[in-house]
Design a protein around this ligand. Structure first.
Ligand code: CIR
Length: 255
């Protein structure tokens, strides 16, 4: 049974980092309701929920995906590219230590988990302002012994690689072709987002079900037509903080 590690959001989210979006007021209670529905969907997808503590000194802590890269063999604690987010890693490391041997990205490397897309034994890392070459090289050195390759992938238009491409089945990716060249993903099938929904490429695959934002209705139809089983969740408030459905959890096999 998979474990989903999440972190509650606080009113501090109104001070979140923003890169591509202008700041818009976030309705904190509504964002908390969205997050509660998201956690329910994680449980419905078969996960056991484990929470890391939160406080109002960490505005972006709810976006826990960025703090670690969890593989079956090891968990790599990242060094988030935004300095304001570096305090998030300690609490995550304490919890992950119960499930995995830990490694860590060290300065001057930076890496955000949102840039890390694993396709089997290939790990693609978006080359973004958050994840630098040194971070990519450190990740490569840490995971090489477990048989993983690590490649840097250029993309534009969004914060993290997984805003531009995610898996919706083991060999099927959902992509925004305006932001990333689907050829960089290699030998997988692709479904393109509806062009009117540029932010629709972020989907969370757990087993054979995909947690997906209800706001991306046209792309959701494309996925359902392709036979993908969706669990729709409201995600509009968290989107104002540049968060999507992958970034609010770390999913790992309990082993
Ligand atoms: C940030 O800029 O770091 C947060 N406001 C959003 C992080 C979203 N993370 C993700 O998509 N993996």
């Amino acid at each position: 049974m998979p474990i989903a590690i999440s972190r509650l959001l606080t009113s501090a989210i109104s001070r979140c980092e923003l890169t591509h979006l202008a700041r818009a007021p976030i309705d904190v209670e509504r964002a908390q309701r969205e997050h509660a529905e998201y956690e329910r969907a994680l449980v419905q997808a078969g996960c056991t929920l484990v929470r890391v503590g939160s406080d109002d000194t960490m505005p972006d802590a709810v976006f826990i995906e960025d703090t670690a890269v969890v593989l079956d063999e090891i968990a790599v604690i990242t060094r988030p590219g935004a300095a304001s987010r570096r305090a998030e890693i300690d609490g995550v490391a304490v919890v992950l230590a119960s499930y995995r041997t830990l490694a860590a990205i060290e300065s001057p490397g930076t890496l955000d988990g949102g840039d890390v897309l694993r396709i089997g034994k290939r790990i693609l890392v978006g080359l973004s302002p958050r994840s630098n070459d040194d971070g990519v090289a450190q990740l490569r050195a840490i995971v090489a012994g477990f048989g993983y390759t690590v490649e840097g992938v250029p993309f534009t238009g969004c914060l993290h690689l997984k805003s531009a491409a995610t898996l919706v089945a083991p060999s099927l990716a959902l992509v925004n072709p305006a932001w990333v060249d689907a050829a960089a993903l290699g030998d997988v099938g692709t479904i393109a987002v509806d062009p009117l929904e540029p932010h629709a490429a972020n989907a969370l695959l757990i087993g054979d079900v995909v947690i997906y934002p209800a706001e991306c209705a046209a792309t959701a139809r494309r996925l359902e037509e392709a036979g993908i089983r969706l669990l729709l969740v409201p995600a509009g408030e968290l989107a104002k903080a540049e968060g999507g459905v992958t970034c609010c959890s770390l999913i790992l096999d309990a082993g």
